[in-house]
Design a binder for this molecule. Structure first.
Ligand code: NAI
Ligand SMILES: O=C(O)C(=O)[C@H](O)COP(=O)(O)O
Length: 379
């Protein structure tokens, strides 16, 4: 068995070493000639996989250790009879924590309390539903838009234009799709961007082309009241540095980059590979990476619960750090290629755990335990 894999898949050796020969390569440089004797291809979001890449190769299994699948030609691979697996929900918790950090930061900068903002969630799947549950538990009002779910008869959703007209925050969690009635390419186009309420906070951690980036630049030049946080970019790894300058927060597609999320992605693809082979999975993430790096936080019983929450959330993930590092790398490259710097920031990303891996000790003060548990901490 020969498995070709992106070099940025953590625990690849631990999960796959006894499955056969492993070849690792930078995801963006995987070509057909690397796959001429490969049985399986394991990728992340930066490798475009279509029948042309696999033509004339023995590859029968493609696994992506990511939630998103827009880099895969799913119909083409299905027609070619290739088994395809992705990792639904693997890093959804990390994205939720990225959004929480954006809310905290924009609140600090505008002076508007984040828990009093009405949040519009566009796309209510693995990420959007977890975000809605967490915000709801924290007492934040949410408005939900998900036409495919609404079309299946599920209740509780509004149309996108109705959502835009009534929310203070818009957070996008849709897959990138280009066809069909619910296609999301340029879902937020010029007219919809112009329709944003005064002072809206717009957060995109789905895929860059979900927002028309040119129209967004035009909007921000005219509407400094709108605060934008972009984790994903229309032409990434190329970044429009003029747009970045206009954004309140900018990051290099790392919203879901918790260690826990990445490890779950590898485990899910290992399990899918075992299913494909008709074998029982022998290995588990819990056995391979037990509790490493888990943290504990302690506050005094007198600490106000809200202050404790914000301090703890920032300890877990603070988007201001990623924004500062991103700007420092990107802005000097204005007018040049940003691809290598973008990829370096992602490859060398600092270790980040998720709230459930952080134990809060002695949350005995008024309201502390309930608020910390609502945010997802281990209380
Ligand atoms: N920036 C990052 O690090 C990460 C980004 N992502 C992106 O986030 C996307 C969403 O992730 P999940 O929630 O796990 O996906 P999911 O597939 O579980 O949920 C997506 C939801 O969007 C809905 N949807 C589809 N078209 C829509 C439309 N036109 N308007 C509103 N809703 C629509 C679907 O019905 C579904 O409920 C992924 O496809 C991926 O592109 C995911 C993880 C990390
Ligand atoms: O899971 C997804 O979908 C994402 O967007 C991941 O954060 C992508 O991570 P990479 O595969 O680009 O490392």
């Amino acid at each position: 068995m020969h498995i070709v894999a992106d070099e940025n898949i953590p625990l690849l050796q631990a999960f796959f070493a006894d499955q056969g020969r492993l070849t690792t390569l930078p995801g963006r440089s995987i070509r057909r000639e690397h796959l001429l004797d490969a049985d399986a291809l394991l990728v992340r979001s930066v490798t475009r996989v279509d029948p042309a890449l696999l033509e004339g190769t023995p590859v029968q299994f493609v696994g992506t250790c990511t939630i998103g699948t827009d880099h895969l030609d799913l119909p083409g691979l299905a027609t070619a009879g290739i088994t395809v697996a992705s990792a639904p929900g693997c890093n959804a918790r990390g994205v939720v924590e990225y959004v929480l950090s954006c809310l905290l930061t924009l609140s600090e900068r505008t002076g508007l309390p984040w828990r009093e903002r009405r949040v519009g969630i566009v796309g209510v799947g693995e990420v959007g539903s977890r975000l809605a549950a967490t915000l709801g538990a924290l007492g934040v009002e949410c408005v939900l838009c998900d036409p495919p779910r609404a079309a299946r008869g599920e209740a509780g959703f509004v149309e996108l234009d109705a959502l835009l007209a009534q929310v203070d925050v818009v957070s996008c969690h849709v897959p990138l799709t280009r066809n069909g009635p619910d296609a999301t390419w340029h879902l937020l186009d010029a007219p919809r961007l112009m329709a944003l309420q005064h002072g809206t906070w717009l957060i995109n951690s789905s895929r860059g082309p979900v927002i028309d980036n040119h129209a967004l630049s035009v909007l921000l030049a005219e509407r400094p009241d709108v605060q934008v946080a972009l984790d994903v970019w229309e032409l990434e790894p190329q970044v429009d540095t003029a747009l970045l300058k206009l954004c309140a927060l900018g990051t290099p597609h790392i919203a879901g980059y918790s260690l826990d999320g990445k490890l779950r992605g590898t485990e899910q693809i290992y399990q899918a590979w075992c299913r494909h082979r008709g074998e029982q999975p022998r290995l588990t993430l819990q056995a391979l990476a037990p509790e490493a790096g888990c943290a504990q936080l302690q506050f005094s019983a007198e600490t106000p619960a809200q202050w404790m929450l914000e301090k703890a959330l920032r300890q877990v993930y603070d988007v201001r750090d990623d924004d500062a590092r991103f700007r420092a790398m990107m802005m000097p490259l204005a007018g040049q290629s940003t691809g290598a710097a973008f990829d370096t920031l992602r490859k060398d990303y600092p270790l980040r755990r998720e709230c459930p891996q952080v134990r809060i000790l002695h949350a005995d003060g008024e309201g502390q335990a309930a608020l910390m548990a609502a945010a997802g901490f281990n209380v």
